[in-house]
Design a protein around this ligand. Structure first.
Ligand code: CU
Length: 116
């Protein structure tokens, strides 16, 4: 019956996705420039280990800090990348910012949304 094919295909793809997730950490890329992160909002699931690669696409030096998780990249020069690995357990909204003086007040902030 054609009606049964779609649910079976969907189940197979969900299982494949779960297997891939167990093997490799979820990874996300965030770019930073004067004075913004792109994307400014990233979303992960609680308890998920996420590798965040921060790329400085601006002219000045920048970093990516998540104060609530007590993690930050090094302050990196234009064109460089740095990686953070986090496993946020608590659902909620976590501030992301560049801690170079003046940058967060100028708009270099973002949000890590941790969904249940
Ligand atoms: Cu900055």
């Amino acid at each position: 019956m054609p009606v049964r094919k779609a649910p079976l295909a969907l189940a197979a793809s969900v299982i494949a996705g779960m297997t891939a997730g167990a093997v490799a950490a979820h990874s996300l890329e965030v770019e930073g420039e004067e004075y913004a992160f792109k994307p400014a909002r990233i979303e992960v699931e609680a308890g998920e280990t996420v590798e965040i690669t921060f790329e400085n696409t601006g002219a000045l030096s920048h970093n990516l800090e998540i104060p609530r998780l007590d993690v930050a990249t090094e302050t990196i020069q234009s064109g460089k990348t740095a990686t953070l690995t986090v496993t946020p357990d608590e659902p909620g909204s976590y501030e992301i910012k560049c801690s170079v003086p003046g940058h967060a007040p100028a708009g270099m902030t973002g949000k890590l949304v941790v969904a249940e």
